[in-house]
Structure formats: C-alpha cells, structure tokens
Design a protein around this ligand. Structure first.
Ligand code: PHE
Length: 406
C-alpha cells in the first residue's frame, strides 16, 4: 500500500489527478443510515418498500420488486455516467460536481448507477436504496452525502398488452420517430401504456406517503439522459409545490446494452432526506447525522406509518463570520472551498454562502467573500471558539487552495 492510496471500507484504491474524496467524506461510507433501525431515513425507506410489497405481488403473493440496500457506493465512471448515456460533456462528470476516488472510480452520484448491472442479472422489477455523494453548496437542505431510492420496472410485450382487449395487431416496437411523447423504437401504444402504468404506480406512492387527499401535478419539461419521456412528480405541501421524484420511460439503448432488447420499461428515483424533512418537519439536513438521543428517540416507532412531528431539541444561536480572499486563478471553484470548510469545521457549519465577488481588472485578480454560519446542534458556541475555527479555515484555505486572505 502506497501512501498515495486511499482506503474505503477496507479496500485500497490508487489515487491520481482526479482524486478529490476527503477523509471526512470517506468516513461516511458504510454508515448506511437507510439501514439503521429507527432512523427517520429507514422509516421512509420502509414506507416506500411496503407500498411496493403490498400492491405489487405475483400470483402466489410474493413481492414483485427485489430490494437492494447494501451495494457499495464506489462505482466506475461507466456505471454512474456512460451506462446511463450521459453525454461526454455533461457537467455532472466534472471533478467540481462529483467525488472521484480516481479517474476510473467515484462515489456514486445517484443510485441509478446500478441499473445496467441489475437488468443484466435478468431482473424485471427492483428497488435500490443507498447513500449518494455530490459536491454542492452548504446550507440547511444540502449535505455532500444523502440517500436515494431508485426503481425499475420492465415488461415484455405480452405483459404490457395483457390488459388490452384485442392486442393482436399491436406491437411494442416500431421503427419510427422520436417525439415529445415517445422514443423512436417504441410504438405510441407501448409508450402510452408505460406512461399510464408509471403514473398510476407513482401517484399511488404519493397517496401512500402524503395521504389520499394530496394534490399532485406532473411536470414534463424535464430531462434525464436515461429516460424519455421524463417527468417530475410534484405535490402541494404546506402551500407550495414540492418536487417528490424524477421518472420516465427507460431509454431503449440502455435495455439493449443490458441484454434486454425485447423488454420496455420505466424508472424513477427520489431523495429520502427531502421527503423525511417534509414529512417529519426536520429543519436541518445535518440532523440525520446526529447521534443525539434527543433527535433519534423521536423516531423510535415500530410501525413506520406512525405520524411523527419532530420537535426541535433546542436551537442554539448561530455565529456568522465572513471570509474574503483573492482566488489563486480562474480554475478556483467554490465547491473546493465548501469541502474545505466542512473538512476543518465539520457539521458545526450550517451554511456557507458566496456573498460578494469582484475583479480588479488592472491587477487581474478576483476576490470572493463567503459568509460562514456556524451553529452547534447541541451547545452554544462562544465567539472565541468560533474565531479559533474560523482562523483554522482561513489557514487551510491559504495552504491547500492557494488563496490570499484579505
Ligand atoms: N437519478 C435521478 C436523480 O438523481 C432520478 C431518476 C431516476 C430519474 C430514474 C429518472 C429515472 O435525480
């Protein structure tokens, strides 16, 4: 093992110029909050799984959807992007958006990364729950690690047309044109039946999570590289439209590459934190990582359908400090600074915001000013403690990112 290697869950990987995983991020791998009994993310995950187990059963009563909740988040660039038809220049592929182990492997940015492998195994219906990793801004609703659940449902011609009165002249495939409603390989009948099944399944899921009276709408000006057509489901929640999930008809090329050319299907994916924050009224995404019994004990219920409204343990006052510096060059990315703040100050950071940016043309230099909100989840900070941390952040930014503090 070389000193330049990284170890994740007992496996070592070589590093290279792509490597941007931090020890702090690596320490989250294996936490599997979605599998932790009584954790709010586990409760939501079980509500979703129970919906599928209850309403989608075979003629002998066993669940149709297989469940995978323990697949390693270290995946190849191929699994996360290429297999899902992401174009080569898609911004998600950049080192400023994604956590790379090295140029070949990364921490999955979505649980959709496992689609091709699972379809290759011959599965026609499955759910995948897991931790996903994205470099992003820092505030109460963004955290570099979060959890998703994905599903795929595939049909053969006979099964898709089973409920049609006279399917004799129908075919699921045709050599046609791609339109807003369908892919070039699909007949309009097949596309519409899939859309119907997808929307019925997912509106049933929304009813089950938010109650039968919930108001919903399908947003169709959405794009995913791996589905067409694609939709987002929104529900009316406390007076606002809330995005619940993304979904669509699986690109036929993906099925072809996975050895399932004769099947057609749909897929969806959703974020568990976003749902849990709304359903339980959890105000800050960092709370999911808290070991505070005051947080966790509020979710100790054996029936995941028990309604729970989170009561804040207490809210300690924030400390807000600004930091201004000249960036070293045009390649500087705010996401690098966000990661560094988290690495130095951990979950004490509630928010980091770029509040000012200006360029001195004559001197060819650009200044960024970031406002950092520090707030402890279970104690009051003294200004002295925060100043100490803030100084450490400044020093690390100088040493590691090459910025010049102003
Ligand atoms: N992977 C998408 C996301 O992370 C969600 C999705 C999954 C959309 C499957 C369509 C189909 O946002």
């Amino acid at each position: 093992q070389k000193s330049s290697d990284v170890t994740i869950q007992g496996l070592t990987y070589p590093t290279d110029s792509y490597t941007n995983v931090t020890p702090r991020i690596i320490s989250k791998v294996g936490c599997n909050l979605h599998n932790q009994k009584y954790h709010p993310l586990n409760l939501i995950r079980h509500r979703i799984q129970n919906y599928f187990d209850t309403y989608f059963t075979t003629h002998i009563g066993s669940p149709v959807f297989s469940v995978f909740d323990n697949i390693s988040p270290v995946v190849s660039v191929y699994q996360n992007f290429d297999s899902l038809l992401f174009p080569p220049d898609h911004p998600g592929r950049t080192v400023s958006d994604t956590y790379y182990v090295n140029s070949q492997q990364l921490l999955r940015a979505h649980t959709t990364a496992h689609q091709e492998d699972l379809i290759k195994m011959g599965l026609d219906a499955f759910l995948v729950a897991g931790d996903v990793y994205r470099r992003d801004e820092i505030d109460a609703s963004h955290y570099p690690v979060f959890h998703q659940m994905d599903a795929v449902r595939l049909f053969q011609e006979k099964e898709l047309f089973a409920r049609v009165n006279d399917p004799t002249n129908l075919s699921i495939f045709e050599d046609g044109k791609r339109t807003a409603d369908k892919q070039e390989f699909h007949s309009l009948e097949a596309a519409k039946l899939l859309e119907y099944d997808l929307k019925k399944t997912l509106s049933g899921l929304a009813d089950c999570l938010f109650g039968k009276e919930v108001e919903m709408r399908w947003v169709d000006d959405v794009y995913f590289p791996f589905t067409h057509p694609s939709w987002e489901l929104e529900i009316m929640f406390e007076g606002e439209w809330l995005e619940v999930l993304g979904c669509g008809i699986t690109e036929q090329k993906i099925l072809h590459n996975a050895g399932a050319s004769h099947k057609v299907g749909w897929a969806f994916g959703l974020g568990l934190e976003r749902l849990a924050m709304k359903l339980y009224n959890i105000p800050d995404i960092r709370l999911f990582w808290s070991n505070d019994p005051g947080f966790l004990k509020q979710f100790r219920v054996d029936d995941p359908n028990t309604p729970i409204t989170y009561k804040p343990i207490s809210s300690y006052p924030p400390c807000i400090n600004d930091m201004s510096f000249w960036i070293p060059n045009e390649e500087f990315r705010s996401n690098d600074f966000y990661d560094l703040v988290r690495s130095v100050a951990g979950d004490i950071v509630e928010r980091v915001e770029l509040v000012d940016e200006f360029t001195q043309v004559a001197k060819q230099r650009t200044s960024h000013c970031y406002r950092i909100t520090y707030r402890h989840m279970d104690k009051t900070f003294t200004q002295a403690e925060v100043n100490d941390l803030h100084t450490k952040v400044g020093r690390a930014a100088t040493d590691l990112l090459g910025v010049t503090l102003r």
